[in-house]
Design a protein around this ligand. Structure first.
Ligand SMILES: [Zn+2]
Length: 342
């Protein structure tokens, strides 16, 4: 089969489309024929060697994919060739204190697609059958590949970690990104008042079509002042943060008293200054969030199958053009996911 691999860290020029051996399903495993793989910004960090994940060479990128089962190994029940599937990002142990209490994303010994298995930038991958999530009828492979990381992460952040409720106000940072636009859709669907920000008016317009109630262009408007104006001086109940740097600070300062900031990323600045005094006097909370559970992804699939949320696909590329696809994603001009179609 063909797979996109790299043998040293670097820019998109290190990617090579290579012939590799077909994967074989061991006991409890399945081989999935990849029909669509989504690019994520984590892929760039992994390629450049700054992801803080262990990377062995040669490495095949791709944590997010959709496809159909090609073959199953010994002891696999409930799955057969042709089943349409979306593998959960983690291969969890199922027995640790976190797995047994519904907190799969905290598993003590998780495998991770592309690190403990092959990645999605390939014609086939092998995963544990226990990772498989069924793609509902009416959701295409491309939509499925675009759903898991964006919507699963958003669901976990908004509802499980920050406990967003109907009637509350949420500030969503960078609504033009994959997890930003997903958060707009989920928060709107849940009955929240959604304020979003972005660096461009075109992105704000797209987000309004997805359910955003008010937009702020942070290149020319003061986010904290605008949030206070839009909330009659109260501030946001929840700040949805995934950018880092200044965006983290203005999201924190936009909160009401007892407001909750939830964060899952910090590309624009991983270490930020932090003023302890106003933080404790306003009784605010900062909440960490990491990936999501398979149950949360299944909930998002149900919404997608009913047309209540829409996974956004910006464009698709063949495997041979993986470098161009990554360049497009890195340009941050795409609204929606960039996919590889093997
Ligand atoms: Zn576990």
């Amino acid at each position: 089969m063909k797979a996109v691999r790299f043998h040293e860290f670097g820019g998109s020029g290190v990617l090579r489309l290579e012939d590799v051996d077909d994967p074989v399903a061991g006991a409890g495993e399945v081989v999935v024929r990849v029909r669509a793989a989504a690019l994520n910004h984590l892929d760039v960090d992994v390629r450049e060697g700054i992801s803080r994940f262990p990377v062995a060479f040669p490495h095949t990128l791709g944590i997010e994919l959709a496809g159909d089962v090609e073959s199953v190994g010994d002891g696999v029940d409930g799955w057969k060739p042709g089943d349409r599937v979306n593998p959960y990002i983690l291969a969890t142990c199922g027995t640790c204190r976190y797995c047994t209490t519904g907190r799969q994303s905290l598993c003590l010994t998780p495998g991770f697609i592309s690190f403990s298995t092959g990645g999605g930038y390939a014609e086939k991958v092998v995963v544990k059958a226990s990772q498989l999530i069924r793609i509902p009828d009416g959701v295409s492979f491309e939509q499925a590949a675009a759903l898991q990381v964006a919507f699963g992460t958003s669901w976990h952040m908004l509802f499980t970690r920050a406990r967003l409720r109907a009637g509350e106000t949420v500030l969503v940072n960078s609504v033009g990104s994959g997890i930003g636009s997903a958060a707009v859709q989920l928060a709107h669907h849940a009955g929240a008042f959604v304020i979003g920000n972005a660096s461009g008016d075109d992105k704000l317009e797209r987000a309004k079509e997805l359910g955003m109630d008010a937009g702020i262009n942070y290149t020319r408007e003061n986010v904290v002042e605008r949030v206070l104006e839009l909330t009659d001086g109260v501030g946001a109940d929840v700040a949805y943060e995934h950018v880092g740097g200044e965006n983290f600070q203005f999201a924190l300062d936009s909160l009401t008293k007892d407001g909750r900031l939830v964060t899952c990323g910090g590309h624009a600045g991983e270490v930020v200054p932090f003023d302890i005094i106003p933080f404790f006097r306003t009784q605010r909370s900062i909440i960490g969030s990491f990936v999501y559970t398979a149950n949360e992804v299944e909930a998002c699939f149900r919404l997608a199958a009913r047309g209540q949320i829409t996974p956004l696909v910006h464009s698709t590329f063949p495997l041979a053009e993986a470098a161009a696809a990554m360049d497009l994603m890195e340009s941050r001009t795409a609204f929606g996911k960039v996919l590889l179609i093997p």
